[in-house]
Design a binder for this molecule. Structure first.
Ligand code: ADP
Length: 320
């Protein structure tokens, strides 16, 4: 049994990180275990920016996006010396295990720390991109998808009024998950993702034919990893002659009050992470598979590349 653990959020923020950290803290306290909060990810750990937490420290945060602990990107963590220093800062305070909530980069940094020092580590996948291997869910992906849907609904109104083509660029880094689920639920005509080659010439011919047959507007959802929205928009406008507008949603997708799904799932994951860490388990990531909490080997999670569920890409084609 560990007597003292710490929690941090790292890398890109995502809605639901607060719910996850809150669950880690309250579970640890419920189990009678000391729990520390580390501000600003690995950067904060190196700066010794951490504090012992009480239940009230995580009050009034479950409804907020972002992360109350703050997050950062930290170059020094990529060096063994940096990680050893971070380890020492934990040992100095009697902290025996660490829960890292972050994306694949953060989990990679956590995996190295465990490998090099033997410190027990449990990871939680926190990213809107839903790109962590072994889990079909990451904390924040549902809120981000809902934010995109909201934008799509609004863009549809104006696109229809003007008979335009709208190209909407969404986040996801190298993953097309956000674009695909938002495209399916937003009724997009085209979903362009990095996982699938697309032929813009052929798409333009289809668009023109559809317009000539009376279609009022066309919505294209473009994943950021699949091309540049301005370039795609200009190409479409030139090839089809249809009035085309480009919208890049940007960081709005990262924010906002988390959805019920993100709050509940993040809470479940936080509880499991704390219990596992306290019981001495290490090198695991908690995620979801088919609606249930599962454990994933940390090393596997950071060395494998997640693939997009082919059922989604198939559905997107059928519903087009
Ligand atoms: P995310 O966790 O959202 O994927 P990043 O990829 O930026 O975000 O990673 C966040 C932080 O995790 C980095 O700033 C760095 O401190 C650490 N990190 C990322 N990749 C590695 C790596 N290969 N080795 C060690 N630390 C890493």
């Amino acid at each position: 049994m560990l007597k003292s653990i710490a929690v941090m959020t790292s890398g890109g923020d995502s809605p639901g990180m607060n719910a996850a950290a809150r669950a880690v803290v309250r579970t640890a306290l419920y189990e009678g275990v000391e729990v520390w909060g580390i501000n600003n990810g690995y950067h904060g750990l190196l700066e010794e920016d951490m504090f012992k937490m009480e239940s009230k420290n995580v009050g009034d945060i479950i409804q907020r996006g972002g992360t109350f602990l703050g997050t950062a990107r930290c170059k020094r963590w990529k060096t063994p010396e940096g990680r050893m220093m971070g380890y020492q800062h934990l040992v100095d305070r009697g902290i025996q295990g660490l829960c890292v909530i972050g994306g694949d980069g953060s989990l990679r940094g956590a995996s190295l720390l465990s490998e090099e020092t033997g410190l027990p580590i449990v990871g939680l996948p926190g990213t809107i991109d839903n790109d962590v291997w072994g889990s079909d869910y990451t904390i924040g992906c549902d809120t981000a998808a809902n934010t995109i849907i909201d934008a799509i609904n609004k863009l549809r109104d104006t696109a229809s009024a003007h008979r335009r083509v709208i190209v909407l660029e969404v986040m996801g880094r190298n993953s097309g998950w956000l674009a695909t689920v938002a495209g399916i639920s937003g009724g997009a005509e085209y979903i362009l993702i990095p996982e699938e080659k697309y032929d813009l010439d052929a798409i333009c011919s289809d668009m023109k034919a559809a317009y000539d047959a009376g279609k009022r507007y066309i919505l294209v959802v473009l994943a950021e990893g699949a091309g540049n929205a301005q370039e795609v928009g200009s190409f479409i406008a030139e090839k089809t002659g249809i009035d085309t507008r480009v919208s890049v949603l940007g960081h709005i997708q990262r924010g906002g009050s988390p959805t019920v799904i993100d709050r509940v799932r993040a809470s479940q994951l936080g509880e499991q992470a704390a219990l596992a860490l306290i019981s001495g388990l290490s090198d695991i990531v908690f995620g979801f598979s088919k609606g249930h909490v599962v454990t994933i080997n940390l090393h596997d999670a950071v060395t494998n590349k997640k693939k997009l569920d082919p059922e989604y890409t198939h559905l997107a084609k059928v519903l087009f």
